[in-house]
Design a protein around this ligand. Structure first.
Ligand code: SF4
Ligand code: SF4
Length: 442
């Protein structure tokens, strides 16, 4: 007969014990069901279940066949649906950045991608698309160094690649991660014309805190310039016309976590809170730089994070990713054609490798666009073997409820034996309740 899926997460409603939320990490769907249903399932009292309850539980895969080996089924299903239709390409067009944040693991230099490398990289991405008809969309992420220091490169790439995409019926989507110092109205308009639909900017707290952390190379604070740019951008006609998603990232450790509510209040007072999506990120080590030595533990972060998520909700912002979604590929590492290109033309499997000294070696560099013209013949970096290693070993993830929405999280951390568990592992029930309340109030 049936059994409750081992990938079901249950949260009792605090206001009504007779009702519970049940979230399936296999489908990413959540149901509200009478709490007594779980006893019916446990005692196999199928006659006590209403037909529509049974149907919904089966549809969301919360109820599965008694003899189903669910973990094996997940692996088999993912193997069969490997045909990824989105090509992820990350471009780091300059090795330069104006900032000198203590947690950054990159070594910066005054190098911008040359036209020659740009053309070779364009040729490579086009070749990947033309020889792999499964790709229907190309997603270009601009990352740094500081990508706005190489704005010309972004424009030239866009003009060429967008035309190619139109001619070959490929969707073109693009986003940028920038420190915001050069995000003037003029540059913002250029980005919009280059079809960039999502912009991520980091502010690490109120001015005093931010200015101690995100300092320029000559030791000055960056808050005023970034915040002024942000205000001008979100209140501009160009913003109203294009309506890009603006993500405001707060990098958090034990030294600034108490200031998150102050920053949110400041955003509200300046009338930009409702124009940005606030995103909380723990500070992690980057290239063995020990930037995480004063970080909160994942559990501590998760406890605080739920308070901040509730704060966002109380102020009218519903976080878009309260509940994790089903995934089979955890990141670019698992698609051998998802590549990261730095300004020297180096090809990496992970966007944290470029400009980071410990990754400048044969195990991590997959080639260079100048010499390695055939992506199909490239040398595959060791980290790309993550999925095989993952499946071949008995590890904590294969027994974990969150496997279908996490898949071991970040391969880079996983290979180093670091605890890569995402925060939702520790605050999922509160997230479920918040999601339920938010939906009810929409
Ligand atoms: S990384 Fe953590 S949360 Fe993710 S599947 Fe593994 S044990 Fe579970
Ligand atoms: S390995 Fe980790 S850091 Fe690198 S792209 Fe994947 S998730 Fe990101």
């Amino acid at each position: 007969m049936f059994k409750l899926s081992k990938y079901a997460v249950i949260a009792a409603l605090p206001t009504n014990a007779a009702q519970s939320l049940c979230f399936s990490t296999k489908t990413g769907e959540m149901l509200l069901i009478p709490t007594k249903v779980f006893d019916f399932i446990k005692n196999k009292e199928w006659n006590n279940l209403k037909f529509n309850e049974l149907l919904e539980l089966a549809r969301t895969e919360l109820l599965v066949c008694e003899d189903e080996d669910e973990t094996n089924f997940i692996f088999k299903f993912d193997e069969m649906s490997q045909n990824n239709s989105i090509l992820l390409s990350t471009i780091q067009p300059t090795a330069n950045c104006q900032l000198d944040c203590h947690y950054c693991g990159q070594v910066h230099s005054n190098v911008i991608m040359s036209d020659e490398i740009l053309q070779k990289m364009l040729g490579r991405i086009k070749h990947i698309i033309l020889t792999n008809p499964n790709y229907k969309t190309v997603c270009i992420t601009w990352y740094g160094g500081e990508p706005l220091m190489a704005l010309d490169c972004i424009c030239k790439f866009y003009e060429d690649m967008f035309k190619f995409c139109e001619e070959n019926s490929i969707n073109y989507i693009s986003d940028i991660i920038t420190n915001g110092l050069l995000l003037t109205l003029e540059n913002f308009e250029i980005l919009m014309k280059c079809k960039i639909t999502s912009i991520q900017i980091t502010i690490d707290g109120p001015k005093e805190t931010h200015d101690k952390r995100r300092i320029t190379k000559n030791g000055k604070g960056s808050f005023d310039m970034i915040f002024n740019n942000l205000c001008k951008v979100v209140h501009s006609e160009i913003y109203s016309l294009y309506k890009p998603k603006i993500i405001l990232r707060i990098n958090i450790d034990s030294t600034n976590y108490e200031e998150v509510p102050i920053l949110i209040d400041f955003l509200k007072k300046n009338n930009i809170f409702n124009k940005v999506n606030v995103f909380f990120a723990p500070i992690i080590e980057w290239g063995d730089n020990e930037a995480d030595k004063v970080s909160l533990t994942t559990k501590e972060f998760a406890e605080k994070e739920i308070e901040w998520l509730i704060l966002l909700y109380q102020n009218g912002q519903i976080h878009k990713e309260l509940l994790p979604i089903r995934k089979s590929l955890n990141c670019m590492v698992n698609d051998k054609y998802a590549e990261d290109y730095d300004s020297f033309g180096n090809i990496f499997p992970c966007y944290e490798f470029a400009y980071t000294p410990i990754y400048q070696n044969d195990d991590c560099i997959e080639g260079n666009v100048e010499n390695d013209t055939k992506p199909e013949d490239k040398k595959i970096a060791k980290i790309r073997n993550f999925k095989n290693e993952f499946l071949a070993t008995k590890n904590k993830c294969t027994k974990c409820k969150f496997l279908p929405v996490c898949y071991g999280s970040c391969p880079k951390k996983w290979r180093k034996g670091a605890d890569g568990c995402p925060t939702f592992k520790y605050n999922i029930q509160d997230r479920m309740i918040l999601q339920y309340i938010s939906q009810k109030t929409i």
